[in-house]
Structure formats: structure tokens, C-alpha cells
Design a binder for this molecule. Structure first.
Ligand code: HEC
Ligand code: HEC
Length: 345
């Protein structure tokens, strides 16, 4: 072959490869969306005053019954807003039955918690702080402790101007929710979806292709690569046969009491998943390749090859985003002590 023909052959191969890359990008864009700049809505604005108050409340342990527990106890700033435990531990040594998901990008999900019991991050925060994870049995105790710290009244007034009694559960939820709505964590996959095909390595693109081809994408799709809808965990086999879970959590059934919802869970968003081990609602699986294998087996009835597990895991690694700027700013909280024995509860 002459030099020229060899060059022509090479260009043809290149053209085919470029076509395949374009096609994959097109398929990905049909199924996923890149992250927006902010997760504010008309009803849930991220005003600087609300975000400032919400950040303080998120890191505030004095709202718990024994002064040990803030949201950030289980959604740590030194990990991607998780605690790294299979199942979380809260105030008064209360052991929660489930694994803490990250709050990064969570406001985009169509519901909150593994069983989707809360529609929004605002509802989640308002209800969560009043409950057992904080050792509380209602918001009154939270309100009393916040009122005992003089610095909070002005922060609430600035965040909710014109209100007579702004320290209430509604506003707690709105402020913490506003903070959470700033916690966007963009990854290389977003750059890819925005049109930069080489933002993913060839191995990651191969994994993306597999993820689409074999049907992971039927459940994990959209802007959160999941985060929408409820599906049975264990479509073709009981999940505990693959995870070794000793407790058989019934998921969504616990919320609706509808037999059709038994063992259904919210399809979790897979953004940052490589950094948020251990896996599943009960933290029963320690590493990502094993979690991928379990999914293949119990959701799709497929024994994935080592090669497929590796490339899918590589693709999932491309979903790890930068830590949101707002999450790096750990606040200085208003001064004031935890109530003494006589003033407690
Ligand atoms: C004691 C540990 C603990 C504390 C404290 C805690 N969380 Fe969580 N968080 C969890 C666990 C565990 C879950 C999953 C619960 C479930 O699905 O049943 C969760 C779920 C969430 C979710 C849902 C994410 C998703 O993808 O569904 C959000 C949002 C959240 N927490 C925010 C907060 C906020 C805000 C606070 C403070 C008001 C807080 N958490 C305090 C452990 C904790
Ligand atoms: C039929 C819907 C469905 C399909 C198909 C599916 N998943 Fe899932 N996936 C889920 C549900 C539901 C969960 C939550 C399970 C639980 O309760 O822990 C989940 C959980 C996961 C988790 C753990 C997330 C975490 O934060 O702990 C990973 C990783 C995962 N899926 C990856 C995949 C991969 C890879 C595929 C393809 C091989 C796949 N999924 C196919 C519905 C599905």
C-alpha cells in the first residue's frame, strides 16, 4: 500500500470511531441531563440569608437531645456528605436502620429517603430534626434550644423578614433546604453531556455503553442518574440472597402499606457513588464492583463478566463530582452553651 492509501485507511477508521463516539454521546444525552447551576425553585429560593442560616443549622449539634448530633454528624464535610457507616448512629446512641445517602444533588430527586417518604429536602429537614435521629420527639425542643442561643433570632429574622415568630419548623426546613439546594457537585460526566466527548476515558465510555445496553439505564436515568421513581430491589431474585442482608427491609411498603410496594425502594441517584461506600439501603455491600455485580444479578438476571463489572465501575467513577463550594465553608456557629441539666428538654 502506498503511504497515501494507508493514510486514507487510517482516516476511515478514525471516522468510524468518531461516529461511534457521537452516537454514544447522543444516546447518553437522550437518557441523562447535565446538572443545573443551582437547585432553587420559585417556592424554594436560595437567598444568601437563608443559605447562611441553613448552613449554620446543618452544622449545629445543640439542636439534638444530648448535644452530639448535627445533620453533619451523618453527612460529614470530610466525606461527600455521608458518614461511611453501613447504618448511621444518632443522638442518645440511636441506631438508624439505613445507610446515609449523600445530600449532594439530592434536591433534584423526585423524593427523599430510600423509601421516598419525604417529597422535598425541606420536608426531610423539618421532620428529621424533630425525630429520633436527634433524640427529639417534636420540634418544640429544637425551638427551645435555638431560642436559648441569642445569635439565632437575628439570623432567622434576616432570612424570614417581617415574620413575628420566625423560629419554627417550617422555616427550619426552608433554611436548611436552601443550603442543600446549593450543593451541586458537577462531574466529568456533566462535561461529557455538555458535548465534550473526550471528558470520559475510552474505558469509561465503554462502561457507559454497557450501562445503557444491558438496561441499568432503565432505572438509573435522568439528571441524577437515578433519583426518580420506585423499583423493586430484587426483580429476579430476593436481594438478600446476593447482599447477605439479615434484615429484610420492605422499603416503600412501610410508607404506603400497599402490597405492590413490598421491597420497592427509590432508585438511588448514582452521582458520586464511587465515593459513597458502603452500598445499598442497609450498607450491606462494601465495594462498588460488588454492588454492580449484585445489580446485574438481582435486577437484570445477568452474571456480569469481570470485564463488564470493571468498565461499568469505571463509568460510575466518572460521576464523582467536585465538593460543592458551599459545603467547604464550615461556619462559626453563634455562641451559647448547651442547656444545663435543669434547662434540658
Ligand atoms: C443520625 C444520622 C443522620 C442525621 C443526624 C441526619 N441524617 Fe440525613 N440521612 C440519614 C440516613 C440514615 C438517611 C436515609 C434514611 C432512610 O432512607 O430511611 C438520610 C437521608 C437524608 C436525605 C435524603 C437523601 C436521598 O437521596 O434520599 C437528606 C436530604 C438528608 N438526609 C438530609 C439531612 C439533613 C438536612 C439533616 C439535618 C436536619 C440530616 N439529614 C440529619 C442519616 C442522618
Ligand atoms: C429495575 C430497576 C433497576 C435496574 C435495572 C438497576 N438498578 Fe441499580 N438500583 C435500583 C434500586 C431500586 C436500588 C436501591 C436498592 C437498595 O434498596 O439498596 C439500586 C441501587 C444501586 C446501587 C447502589 C447505590 C447506593 O448508593 O448504594 C448501584 C451502584 C446501582 N444500583 C447500579 C446499577 C447498575 C450498574 C445497574 C446495571 C447493571 C443497575 N443498577 C440496574 C434499581 C435498579
Amino acid at each position: 500500500m502506498t503511504m497515501r492509501w494507508r493514510f486514507f485507511g487510517f482516516m476511515m477508521l478514525l471516522a468510524v470511531a468518531v461516529d461511534a463516539d457521537d452516537e454514544l454521546l447522543g444516546q447518553a444525552r437522550d437518557r441523562f441531563r447535565s446538572l443545573p447551576k443551582d437547585m432553587a425553585t420559585a417556592d424554594a429560593p436560595t437567598t444568601p440569608e437563608r443559605v447562611r442560616l441553613g448552613r449554620a443549622l446543618f452544622f449545629e449539634p445543640r439542636i439534638s437531645a444530648d448535644g452530639t448530633t448535627s445533620c453533619s454528624r451523618c453527612h460529614l464535610p470530610t466525606l461527600p456528605a455521608i458518614d461511611g457507616l453501613p447504618r448511621s448512629i444518632g443522638a442518645l446512641d440511636f441506631h438508624l436502620p439505613r445507610n446515609a445517602p449523600t445530600v449532594f444533588n439530592a434536591a433534584l430527586h423526585s423524593s427523599q429517603h430510600w423509601d421516598g417518604r419525604f417529597p422535598t429536602v425541606e420536608d426531610q429537614a423539618r421532620t428529621g430534626v424533630a425525630g429520633k435521629g436527634f433524640g427529639n420527639s417534636g420540634f418544640d425542643a429544637v425551638k427551645a434550644r435555638l431560642e436559648a442561643i441569642p445569635g439565632y433570632a437575628p439570623l432567622f429574622r434576616e432570612a424570614f423578614p417581617g415574620q413575628v415568630d420566625p423560629i419554627n419548623d417550617e422555616n427550619f426546613g426552608k433554611a436548611v433546604g436552601a443550603f442543600e439546594r446549593t450543593l451541586i457537585s458537577r462531574s466529568r460526566f456533566d462535561e461529557y453531556l455538555d458535548g465534550r466527548a473526550d471528558a470520559l476515558t475510552p474505558a469509561e465510555r465503554k462502561g457507559l455503553q454497557k450501562f445503557i445496553e444491558i438496561g441499568c439505564v432503565d432505572c438509573h436515568k435522568g439528571v441524577g442518574v437515578g433519583g426518580e421513581g420506585f423499583r423493586k430491589f430484587g426483580v429476579v431474585a430476593d436481594y438478600w440472597t446476593a447482599t447477605g442482608s439479615t434484615v429484610h427491609d420492605e422499603g416503600r411498603f412501610g410508607v404506603t402499606n400497599n402490597p405492590g410496594d413490598r421491597f420497592k425502594f427509590k432508585v438511588p441517584g448514582l452521582r458520586n457513588v464511587e465515593a459513597t461506600a458502603p452500598y445499598f439501603h442497609d450498607g450491606s455491600v462494601a465495594d462498588l464492583p460488588k454492588a454492580v455485580r449484585v445489580m446485574g444479578k438481582v435486577q437484570l438476571g445477568e452474571e456480569l463478566s469481570d470485564d463488564d463489572v470493571a468498565s461499568i465501575s469505571a463509568f460510575l467513577g466518572s460521576l464523582t463530582g467536585a465538593e460543592p463550594a458551599e459545603y467547604q465553608k464550615v461556619p462559626t456557629l453563634p455562641s451559647g452553651g448547651f442547656p444545663t441539666e435543669s434547662g434540658r428538654r
